[in-house]
Design a protein around this ligand. Structure first.
Ligand code: CTP
Length: 131
């Protein structure tokens, strides 16, 4: 049974998020998603997400093709999460291309193309400028 793991903040959940999760789910039988904690997101992106970690986890877990979610507390724990879930595939957006190749000793690492023209930070900028 192939279990897929992927990670992200998924703040202001949008079409690009939906598409990567949908594609990741098709690569195996079960998809589990590590949702970045508020403090981990702050350290990655430089600001707190607009939606709280529990809200972001609730949204992602409500998707029919997501089997479960958990909080991702730090970048360095990816290896531990992959082992805990006994995952055979790690999916990341291609903005991370090559960055997780060291994990290829325990699972397949697949970088998927991002959906063009949408991101949380771009949405925030547009709302600031246009509304
Ligand atoms: N993602 C995607 N296509 C997009 C936006 C995001 O495939 N247009 C993917 C990312 O590659 C990642 C996952 O969605 O695997 C979660 O990304 P996240 O960083 O939470 O969302 P972004 O919209 O990229 O947020 P930001 O603008 O803050 O970087």
């Amino acid at each position: 049974m192939k279990r897929v793991l992927t990670f992200g903040t998924f703040d202001l959940f949008h079409y690009g998020h939906l598409r990567i999760l949908e594609r990741a789910s098709k690569l195996g039988e079960e998809l589990y998603v590590g949702v970045s904690s508020d403090s981990f997101s702050l350290s990655k992106k430089g600001y707190y997400p607009l939606y709280k970690e529990q809200e972001r986890m609730h949204i992602v877990s409500s998707l029919g093709f997501v089997h479960g979610v958990f909080l991702e507390e730090s970048m360095e724990k990816k290896r531990d999460y992959l082992s805990q879930f006994n995952a055979s595939i790690l999916v990341m957006g291609h903005d991370w291309e090559g960055k997780f190749d060291d994990l290829k000793d325990i699972c397949e690492v697949i970088y998927l193309p991002r959906t063009p023209l949408i991101s949380t930070s771009e949405l925030i900028q547009r709302i600031k400028l246009e509304y």
